[in-house]
Design a protein around this ligand. Structure first.
Ligand SMILES: [Zn+2]
Length: 758
């Protein structure tokens, strides 16, 4: 393969064409299900084989995302889909679900697997675990800096996002949209709550902030710094944007293709300013070089607007009930999109008028234009152009990529005419009829070159000719044309059919788990304070997870006390003979031999294959994802009888962020942030008046956002016992000792009554 790859997104066929013809080395896209962008058009089962062939024709690789968590009942359908892709010669699949990776690796040994960014891979230990699972490439977490990436000494191929939208939360770790809107980010249906407005509260008092989009990052753009990325250990450079327009995909791909080529050929990271400007005009929320280049929050976030910024079009100089008068600084065309910055309102210009209020379709820069006031605009101010129709039309008209081919022609008197076409890899020869002597006009080299060289609508262009002909011969032009046509069709076919695959190992039949589900019902708890810990000890809980290293140190000799590890691990201190609650897979590599492991709900466990994977890695007890419903747990326990735990009460975490809102909004990024560790309580307030507490993880300076209300399934414990869950966890947050005792008393008494009933 090429050592460095430009990877572009495709939400539909036209985006795919834009990506290819503007120079992508590879594209990624999704079918109608199991892709992390459910609201993109995506590809039908009829379109997918076409898309794969089209990519291969142009020597472009194609990766299909199957990067959602997969519920138990969906496993067969997901596998069926993967088999379909496999037989249709997809180059790789991009997967989030560890259970799915495990089963795909077994069944399709030749299928390349890429670990989705949804797996939140951010250190070498995690990469080692994925390597053992048979993953060929990892799409790294967007929180890693280039210098951290460079330190990853691994044979694993590394893929990194270089352009497009950013998440504020570590990918695969966001439950906000899932809990509040029932639209799971882990299922491709994120409602983008990070783009909404919030207020920051300090001890329930509003803190004034310069903007209201407190969770909205800018768009990643690394064009200017690209040389550093290209000269690193990164293999694949990924553009985000399966939900963006084909023209967006085209112009971003074009820009990075130009930069990559210039660096590789001339060692100069240059680009045409027009190409950069096109990218700017198509979509941006302001640009940032992101965590890749360690920017501070002020350069990462755009809290003043979560919309496309557009480009300054001019200013409003008069507003009436009917018309808005604008002094233009850029041309304005019918069907452009405009937005009035002050009132944050906009529309598509269907009717455009010149200075005399005459209907026109174009007004020049520096002139006066009128538009209808159909939005009840009241104030003057800056107007932005958010959709540039003329630009879009220009981007729609892109030159098609051509593949260079060589022709070889042999025409000797009384011998068969033979023509060969080659693209450098495939060599195809066709024979025609016997070559005769010319009666009138002999066929010359020039005539042959002209005929063969006119490749019109084919994907090819003729590069070299090797002509070996006798003089004074005659070749029938329609025969030559027909031979050329056959050669071209055969070559297209050869290029499209790249690899023949048949190895499918049918060893995935699930045998019933011979183990008995254990009888005991256990109560466990997650605690953050000494009071909570003491209360749990008093109630004799089966396991107590301590989310506080110092506190844990004082109690670690108790046999039921566990240390809860972070789900973002920069390094792994040596630990042995400890009881650990792990939040990410690197711990499997580091701690599974000498410690007792329980896995946390952040591992997104929603199927039996994922459970088996964790059990094989020495995890004794597995906490189910809080995205499971009763029905799915029931399906899981039909296939596996592991020791399962669930959170039955408590405040779930909805986000974990590298960004510290307090450092940005209160400390104004001045020096080391101490705000998040002061004595105040901080939270975010949304427009429904839900209050989401913030909590800082001291060692990593990471910010956790909690849900606005506790989940409480205590009264339903019986249902969960019936489907085979045996461990029930309470997550305590700010509860006092008494509150903890009350909740535990309630849970214990419900449990006891249910156990008696059964
Ligand atoms: Zn902070």
């Amino acid at each position: 393969m090429k050592t460095k790859e430009l990877l572009a997104p495709a939400g539909d066929m036209e985006s795919l064409r834009q990506a290819i013809h503007n120079g992508a080395d590879a594209v990624y896209l999704a079918g109608k299900k199991f892709g992390a962008r459910e609201y993109a058009p995506n590809f039908t089962k009829k379109e997918l084989p076409e898309a794969i062939k089209y990519c291969h024709l142009y020597d472009v690789k194609i990766y299909v995302t199957v990067n959602t968590i997969i519920y138990e009942k969906e496993l067969p359908e997901a596998l069926e889909f993967i088999e379909f892709l496999y037989l249709n010669q997809v180059d790789a699949i991009i997967v989030q679900d560890l259970g799915l990776i495990k089963i795909v690796r077994k069944k399709y040994p030749n299928l390349e697997i890429h670990a989705s960014t949804q797996l939140n891979t951010h250190n070498l230990s995690q990469i080692k675990v994925l390597e053992k699972l048979g993953v060929k490439r990892v799409v790294l977490a967007r929180e890693l800096s280039l210098s951290e990436i460079k330190k990853l000494k691994t044979k694993m191929e590394i893929e990194v996002f270089i352009h497009g939208a950013l998440c504020v939360c570590y990918s695969g770790q966001c439950l906000f949209s899932s809990l509040l809107m029932n639209r799971s980010g882990n299922r491709g249906s994120c409602a983008q709550l990070c783009r909404l407005s919030y207020k920051l509260l300090q001890d329930n008092e509003e803190v004034s902030t310069s903007g209201k989009y407190l969770l909205s990052p800018k768009e990643l753009n690394t064009a200017i710094y690209f040389e550093e990325l290209l000269n690193s250990n990164i293999t694949s450079f990924k553009i985000e944007g399966r939900m963006k327009s084909p023209e967006y995909v085209g112009c971003v791909t074009k820009l990075y293709r130009e930069i990559m080529d210039n660096i590789l050929k001339y060692h100069v990271p240059s680009f045409h300013s027009q190409n950069y400007e096109d990218v700017e005009r198509m979509f941006n929320r302001d640009f940032t070089s992101g965590h890749l280049f360690n920017v501070g929050s002020n350069k990462y976030m755009n809290i003043t607007s979560s919309n496309h910024q557009g480009k300054r079009l001019g200013s409003v100089i008069q507003v009436t009930k009917d018309k808005i008068k604008i002094l233009l600084e850029d041309e304005l065309n019918q069907e452009d999109g405009i937005r009035f910055q002050n009132e944050d309102k906009g529309f598509i210009v269907n009717y455009l008028y010149d200075k005399d209020q005459k209907l026109v379709n174009h007004v020049d820069s520096d002139k006066i234009a009128y538009v209808d006031n159909k939005i009840a605009l009241k104030s003057k101010g800056i107007v932005l152009k958010t959709i540039d129709k003329k630009l879009i039309n220009r981007l729609k008209d892109y030159p098609l990529k051509k593949i260079a081919v060589d022709f070889k022609i042999k025409a000797h008197l009384n011998d068969l005419l033979t023509i060969t076409i080659t693209d450098g890899i495939n060599i195809i020869t066709k024979e025609g009829s016997i070559v005769n002597k010319a009666i009138n006009q002999p066929t010359t080299e020039d005539i042959i070159i002209k005929k063969l060289g006119s490749l019109g609508n084919t994907p090819f262009e003729a590069s070299n000719y090797d002509i070996d002909i006798d003089s004074n011969i005659f070749i029938n032009m329609s025969e030559l044309k027909e031979l050329k046509h056959q050669l071209v069709s055969k070559l297209i076919n050869e290029r499209e059919q790249k690899i023949i695959r048949d190895t499918i190992i049918d060893n995935t039949k699930v045998l019933p788990d011979q183990r008995k589900i254990k009888a005991n019902i256990n109560i466990t708890a997650l605690v953050r304070t000494k009071d909570q810990l003491e209360a749990c000890l008093k109630k004799n809980l089966d396991a107590i997870y301590v989310d506080n290293k110092e506190l844990y140190e004082n109690y670690k000799n108790k046999e039921n006390v566990y240390l809860r590890l972070s789900r973002i691990m920069k390094n792994y201190e040596p630990l042995s003979n400890q009881k650990l609650l792990i939040g990410e897979i690197g711990a499997l590599n580091e701690y599974s031999k000498n410690n007792e492991l329980v896995s946390d709900y952040f591992l997104n466990v929603v199927n039996s294959e994922n459970i088996k994977f964790l059990e094989e890695n020495n995890v004794k007890r597995i906490t189910l994802s809080i995205e499971n419903n009763l029905e799915n747990i029931k399906e899981i326990t039909k296939n596996v009888h592991a020791d399962l735990e669930m959170v039955i009460y408590g405040l779930p975490e909805v986000m974990i962020m590298k960004y510290c809102p307090l450092n940005y909004l209160i400390n104004h990024n001045k020096g080391v942030c101490k705000v998040c560790q002061d004595q105040h309580e901080y939270s975010l307030l949304d427009s429904y008046h839900h209050k989401y507490p913030l909590l800082n993880e001291k060692s990593n300076h990471l910010t956790h956002i909690f849900y606005y209300q506790e989940l409480d399934y205590i009264s339903k414990i019986d249902d969960y016992i019936k489907v085979g869950v045996r461990n029930f966890r309470c997550d305590f947050f700010k509860e006092s000792k008494e509150e903890v005792e009350n909740i535990l008393d309630k849970l214990i008494s419900v449990k006891n009554s249910k156990v008696k009933d059964n």
